[in-house]
Write a protein that binds this ligand. Structure first.
Ligand SMILES: [Zn+2]
Length: 59
């Protein structure tokens, strides 16, 4: 899978992605340093609920 575009990332933040899409994204984040860093930046901009959720942090 190639790097996700803005549209896909926006959907991820909204929580409207399909489970399959979300899994593919996380697989990609595991192997793409650029996206992993991008995710960390995005994480700081997400809601407090998202940031403090153990389920999200532990995956
Ligand atoms: Zn990437």
């Amino acid at each position: 899978m190639s790097c996700p575009d803005d549209n896909l990332l926006a959907k991820m933040q909204e929580g409207t992605l399909e489970d399959e899409q979300l899994r593919e994204l996380h697989d990609h984040f595991d192997e793409c340093r650029r996206c992993a860093e991008l995710l960390m930046v995005l994480g700081r901009q997400l809601s407090p609920v998202y940031r403090t959720s153990p389920a999200v942090l532990s995956c």
